[in-house]
Design a protein around this ligand. Structure first.
Ligand code: SF4
Ligand code: SF4
Length: 335
C-alpha cells in the first residue's frame, strides 16, 4: 500500500513538472520582452493599461502550462495540437482584421505585410535584406527543428483543420520533385521581379495570387486527400523547413518493438509515415515531429530522440520548447 501511494505521488509530481517548466520558460521570455521594450510595448494589454502586460503574461504562461498538462499524454496530442494551433491562427488573423479596421494598436508596427508564409522567403529576396519575420522563423528551426509547420505557423492551421479526419494511406509520388520545382520557381520568379524592378504593387498582387491558390489547394485537395497537401507539396516554406530541420538534433524513430501493424500511417497528415517508412524505422523527410503518430501506436514504438537523452526526456524537452514558443507567439505574433 505504502509502495502504491509512493508511486502515485511520484507520478503526480511528474504530471506537474512539465507544465511548471513551460510556465516558467514562457513567463521568462515574455517578461524579458516586457522589461526591454518599454518604449513601444509589444505585449498587447500594456498598450491599453499600464502594467496590464504583466497580467497578460501571467495568463499566457498559465495557458502554456495547461496545454503542456494536456499534451504530455501522447493520446491527447492530435486533439490539443489542433485546438491550440487553431486558437493561435484565430488570434493572429483577428488582430490583423481589427488593425485593418483602424485600431492600429493591434498591429505590431502599423506597417503591413502579407500574411502568406511564402513571403518569409520571397520578401527578403525581393527587398535584398532579411526581415524580422525571417529571423524569427529561422530561430524556430534552430530551437525546435520543424515545429514551425506543426504548431507555430499562422497559415498551416487551416490545412490542419481541412484534413481533420484520419488520413488516407498512400504516398504522394514525386513529392521531392514537386517541392523542389515549386521552391525554385518562387526563388527565380522573385529574383526576376527584383532585377526587372517590377513595382511593389504588382509583386504584391502576384504574392496574393500565390496565397489564393494555396487556399484553393487547402479547400479542394487537403479535404479530399485528408492530408495537408498545401503544407506537404505547395508551400515553399514547408520545403525550407524540410531542408533546414537537420540543423536541430530532435529526431523521431521507430524501435524494434514495432509489429508493423501500420496504425500510425493513418495518423500522419504530413505523408511522412508510409509503409516503407515504417519498415525503414523512421519517418521520411516531410515529418514535422508533430507527435500525432505516437497516439496511434499501442506498443509505444515511436520515440523522440535528442542526442543521448532517454526518449521520454527527449519528448518532454521537445514539448517544453514547442509549447512555450507557441504560447510566446500567441502573445507576440502580429503584423
Ligand atoms: S508548410 Fe507553409 S503553410 Fe504549412 S505550416 Fe509550414 S510554413 Fe505554414
Ligand atoms: S511521422 Fe509522426 S511526428 Fe512525423 S509528421 Fe507524421 S505524425 Fe507527425
Amino acid at each position: 500500500m505504502a509502495i502504491i501511494s509512493e508511486k502515485s505521488e511520484k507520478q503526480k509530481a511528474g504530471q506537474y513538472k512539465l507544465p511548471l517548466e513551460v510556465f516558467l520558460f514562457t513567463f521568462s521570455i515574455l517578461a524579458l520582452v516586457q522589461l526591454k521594450l518599454t518604449y513601444h510595448p509589444i505585449i498587447l494589454l500594456e498598450r491599453f493599461i499600464s502594467g496590464g502586460g504583466w497580467f497578460e503574461i501571467t495568463v499566457i504562461a498559465f495557458y502554456g502550462a495547461f496545454v503542456a498538462y494536456k499534451m504530455q499524454i501522447p493520446l491527447n496530442v492530435p486533439k490539443w495540437r489542433r485546438i491550440t494551433w487553431t486558437i493561435f491562427s484565430f488570434v493572429f488573423f483577428s488582430q490583423l482584421i481589427i488593425g485593418l479596421l483602424g485600431v492600429d494598436k493591434f498591429l505590431m508596427t502599423g506597417k503591413l505585410h502579407l500574411p502568406i508564409p511564402m513571403m518569409i522567403l520571397a520578401g527578403p529576396l525581393y527587398r535584398g535584406h532579411l526581415s524580422m519575420m525571417t529571423i524569427l522563423f529561422l530561430s524556430t528551426i534552430v530551437l525546435t527543428g520543424s515545429a514551425w509547420c506543426s504548431q507555430l505557423c499562422y497559415f498551416g492551421a487551416f490545412d490542419n483543420i481541412a484534413s481533420i479526419r484520419k488520413t488516407e494511406r498512400g504516398v504522394f509520388k514525386n513529392k521531392k520533385a514537386i517541392k523542389t520545382t515549386l521552391i525554385l520557381v518562387v526563388i527565380a520568379g522573385t529574383l526576376l521581379l527584383r532585377w526587372f524592378n517590377v513595382p511593389i504593387l504588382i509583386a504584391t498582387l502576384i504574392a496574393v495570387g500565390f496565397g489564393l491558390i494555396g487556399i484553393v489547394v487547402i479547400i479542394c485537395y487537403s479535404r479530399k486527400k485528408r492530408k495537408m497537401v498545401h503544407c506537404i507539396l505547395y508551400c515553399p516554406i514547408g520545403t525550407v523547413v524540410n531542408m533546414l530541420k537537420p540543423v536541430n538534433p530532435f529526431r523521431l524513430d521507430i524501435d524494434n518493438s514495432c509489429n508493423l501493424c501500420m496504425k500510425c500511417t493513418s495518423f500522419c497528415k504530413y505523408d511522412a509515415l508510409n509503409i516503407q517508412d515504417v519498415r525503414n524505422k523512421k519517418p521520411n523527410f516531410s515529418c514535422t515531429l508533430c507527435g500525432d503518430c505516437l497516439a496511434a501506436c499501442r506498443d509505444n514504438s515511436i520515440k523522440y530522440r535528442y542526442f543521448n537523452l532517454k526518449p521520454e526526456k527527449a519528448r518532454n524537452l521537445y514539448l517544453i520548447l514547442t509549447i512555450s514558443l507557441h504560447a510566446v507567439f500567441l502573445a507576440l505574433a502580429r503584423i
